[in-house]
Design a binder for this molecule. Structure first.
Ligand code: NDP
Length: 327
């Protein structure tokens, strides 16, 4: 038996409860993992509260990521005792995820824990930090470099945003952090932000072309914010778009693309091929100091996940929430 947060549907409402579950109910897979830590991501919060159509089948164990120890394996790549990380691949959406003490998954969904970080630190990074690294790598593959000018991060106090600020600053970029929580400016400066942008200056409908302010951007917010970011990029600039915290819509014009050669780089973390995944995780382990990883995270027990999910959607959480599934 193991403990899990289980989501069920009752009268069209999502109900979350901690349940003791028999291992035989775990889905098929090559590798059985004893989970040490999971996290709360924006998508998990939508799933747990039922506020977004994340879960495809019920009952569901939510949790799009976890880190832990291999307990059993029928796959040559893994043996008992190996430390592993999992994120994406539909965990917590189409098959049982990480907010539990055990998970059984296909070996291809796992990667080895990167050298130099613990399972707890890996979950302080979680899907958010890994997505932030994918965004930075997308910008750099496009040709963005530290000397080019200011780089904007929207949703800077969130999980992806906090890591994007830290990673860009560590790589020598001058980072402008856009936030709706100016009272957290000191925290963002500690992470490496050079200056703060009030998110209200980006969140209302704006002109198709605006003053050229940013060489590049990481956008976690979507909607009018992404449209304004595109309109404010310098000639040849690029934005890595990964989120929809303001909205799924994109009320923009083509002007920045056809008149300034701006590039809109979409970033998905869920189905990224294994090699790019490993490269992103290794870059995090190499580039993000452990003190920064620790500074970005707080830890809660599994039973607190539903309350914290609601707080996350109310925008009350700073940085990352690690879930200690054994606490
Ligand atoms: P968080 O909830 O931790 O952060 C979101 C941040 O967005 C908030 O902290 C807030 O930042 C800002 N925000 C919230 N509401 C609004 C609003 N109405 N208007 C403008 N800004 C707002 O989420 P994550 O960092 O985990 O995820 C960020 C986004 O990225 C989410 O939309 C998530 O779904 C997406 N995502 C996508 C992935 C992918 O594979 N493409 C992977 C991971 C996440 P502040 O307080 O600083 O203003």
């Amino acid at each position: 038996m193991f403990n899990a947060l289980l989501l069920d549907k009752q009268d069209d409402r999502t109900v979350a409860s901690i349940q003791s579950i028999d291992e035989s109910r775990l889905p098929q897979g090559d590798v059985l993992v004893r989970i040490e830590y999971s996290t709360l991501n924006y998508k998990d919060a939508l799933a747990i509260t039922g506020k977004g159509p994340v879960v495809r089948t019920f009952p569901m164990v939510p949790g799009i990521d976890f880190a832990g120890v291999v307990e059993e394996s029928t796959h040559a790549d893994y043996k008992p005792g190996d430390l592993v990380v999992m994120n994406g691949w539909g965990a917590g959406e189409t098959h049982w995820g990480g907010l539990a003490q055990k998970a059984r998954v296909p070996a291809g969904h796992l990667i080895p824990l990167p050298a130099g970080i613990t399972t707890r630190q890996a979950m302080a990074v979680g899907t958010a930090g890994y997505t932030a690294m994918l965004c930075v790598q997308a910008l750099e593959q496009h040709g963005v470099a530290p000397g080019d000018g200011d780089v904007l991060v929207t949703g800077a106090n969130g999980g992806v945003g906090s890591f994007a600020v830290a990673i860009l600053a560590k790589r020598g970029y001058r980072v402008m952090a856009s936030t709706g929580r100016p009272e957290e400016a000191a925290r963002l400066r500690e992470l490496g932000a050079a200056d703060i942008v009030d998110r209200q200056t980006l969140s209302a409908p704006g002109k198709p072309l605006q003053k050229e302010r940013f060489a590049a951007a990481v956008d976690c917010v979507g909607s009018h914010t992404l449209a304004n970011v595109c309109a404010s990029l310098r000639y040849g600039g690029a934005v890595a778009a990964c989120g929809l915290a303001q909205g799924m819509d994109f009320p923009a014009t083509v002007a920045p693309f056809i008149l300034r050669g701006v590039a809109l780089l979409g970033v998905d973390s869920v189905y990224v091929p294994r090699e790019r995944r490993i490269a992103a995780w290794n870059a995090i382990a190499a580039d993000v100091p452990v003190e920064t990883i620790e500074r970005v995270a707080s830890t809660i027990p599994l039973a607190d996940a539903p309350d914290s999910a609601a707080s996350l959607l109310r925008g009350e959480i700073k940085g990352r929430v690690i879930v200690d599934v054994n606490a």
